[in-house]
Design a protein around this ligand. Structure first.
Ligand SMILES: C[S@@+](CC[C@H](N)C(=O)[O-])C[C@H]1O[C@@H](n2cnc3c(N)ncnc32)[C@H](O)[C@@H]1O
Length: 321
C-alpha cells in the first residue's frame, strides 16, 4: 500500500485498519467537534451499535469513546517515535443550537437535519448540563492517557480575531486547545524557538539588574552567562517556544468550513516530522494538513469520509493554496 500523498475516502476507523503498523511519523488533525456541525456525511456503524456520524452521538461519553477508538488505530500506525496532535473544541451544555428538547429545530441551525430519530436524545444530552462548559477536550485527553498516550503539552491557540459573542454573563471565548500526545516517552522532536524578549537582550547587553541580585532571568548563573554570551555573539536561535500561540483564524474560500489555519500546524510539523517523513490527518477536510506538509517538504496521508470534501481537498492541494 503506497501511503504517500493520497486521500483515502471512507470512515477513519475502517481506513486506518488497512494501514500497516508503525508506518507514519506523526498525526495532526481536527476531528468533528461534538454536537456542533452536520458535515452531511453518511452514517457509519460502530461496534457499540451507534449508526450515525462521529460528532452526532446522543451523549459526549460515546463521542469520546468513538474518537479514542480511532486514535487507538492512529497509535498503531504511528512509528514508535511518533506523536499525535489534536485540535479539539468545547461545547456549552444546554444551548442545543436551536434544537428544542422535543427534538424540533427552531429556526436556522448549522447542526442536524430534523428528520433523524436521535435528534431528541442529542438535544436532551446537551440540555443535561445547561450553561456549563462540558470540558470535552479534557475528558478526551484523560481517556487518551487511559489508553496509553503521553500528554506532552496543551497548546492554547489564542485567536485575536475570535467571533464576538452576544453573551453578557460570562466572558467571550477566544481560544481553542491543541493537544500534543506521544506514543512513547522517547520521540522525535526538533526543538522550536521564538524570539527572545527585547528587555532580556537589553539586560544581557548592559548587565543592568542582573548581577545585583539572584535574578538571572530564571536561569542558574552559569547557564545565564552562556546564554548572555550567545546573545552578545548573535549566535542564539531564540528561546524555547512557549505554549500560548496567537494565530488568527482565516476563512477558506472553498465550500468546506471549520478549516484550521496553516500557521497553527506549521510548528508541530516542523517539530515532530523529519523532512521526507509522513504526516497523517484522519479527518483531512479541505486538505490544510497536506498543503502545509508539502510546503515543508514532508509527505502526507489523508482520510475523509465525505467524497465531496476529498475532491475539494485534492483541487486545493494541486493548486498549492
Ligand atoms: C473539522 S473538519 C477538518 C478540517 C480540516 N482540518 C481542514 O483544515 O480543512 C473534520 C472533517 O472530518 C470529516 N469526518 C467526519 N467524520 C469522519 C470519519 N468518521 N472519518 C473520516 N472523516 C470524517 C468531516 O467530513 C470533516 O471534513
Amino acid at each position: 500500500m503506497d501511503l504517500k500523498n493520497k486521500i483515502f475516502t471512507g470512515h477513519a476507523l475502517e481506513i486506518l485498519k488497512e494501514i500497516p503498523d508503525c508506518s507514519v511519523n506523526m498525526c495532526i488533525t481536527s476531528p468533528p467537534y461534538w454536537c456542533l456541525r452536520d458535515y452531511n456525511t453518511n452514517p457509519a456503524k460502530w461496534n457499540d451499535g451507534w449508526e450515525g456520524e462521529l460528532g452526532a452521538e446522543p451523549n459526549f461519553e460515546q463521542y469520546i469513546n468513538h474518537l479514542c477508538d480511532i486514535f487507538d488505530e492512529v497509535k498503531r500506525v504511528l512509528k514508535d517515535d511518533g506523536s499525535c496532535w489534536v485540535n479539539i473544541g468545547d461545547t456549552y451544555g444546554g444551548s442545543c443550537l436551536g434544537i428544542t428538547s422535543g427534538g424540533k429545530v427552531k429556526g436556522k441551525t448549522s447542526f442536524l437535519p430534523d428528520n433523524l430519530d436521535y435528534l431528541p436524545r442529542v438535544a436532551h444530552a446537551r440540555g443535561k448540563h445547561s450553561k456549563s462548559l462540558l470540558l470535552i477536550p479534557f475528558r478526551f485527553a484523560v481517556e487518551m492517557m487511559n489508553r496509553g498516550w503521553t500528554v506532552r503539552n496543551v497548546i492554547i491557540w489564542h485567536k485575536p480575531n475570535a467571533t464576538p459573542a452576544s453573551v453578557k454573563d460570562r466572558f467571550t471565548v477566544d481560544f481553542e486547545y491543541l493537544f500534543f500526545f506521544t506514543k512513547k516517552k522517547k520521540y522525535y522532536f526538533e526543538q522550536q524557538f521564538e524570539p527572545i524578549k527585547d528587555s532580556t537582550i537589553r539586560r544581557c547587553k548592559t548587565g543592568c539588574g542582573i548581577n545585583k541580585g539572584a535574578n538571572y532571568c530564571g536561569l542558574k548563573k552559569e547557564n545565564f552567562e552562556k546564554v548572555q554570551q550567545k546573545i552578545l555573539d548573535g549566535t542564539i536561535k531564540g528561546r524555547n517556544k512557549r505554549t500560548v500561540w496567537q494565530i488568527s483564524t482565516k476563512g477558506y474560500k472553498g465550500t468546506h468550513f471549520a478549516t484550521y489555519p496553516q500557521d497553527l500546524i506549521d510548528t508541530p510539523i516542523k517539530a515532530c516530522c523529519p523532512e521526507g517523513g509522513i504526516v497523517l490527518d484522519p479527518f483531512i477536510g479541505s486538505g490544510t494538513t497536506a498543503v502545509v506538509a508539502e510546503k515543508l517538504k514532508r509527505n502526507w496521508l489523508g482520510i475523509e469520509l465525505n467524497p465531496e470534501y476529498t475532491q475539494l481537498a485534492e483541487e486545493r492541494i494541486n493548486a498549492k493554496s
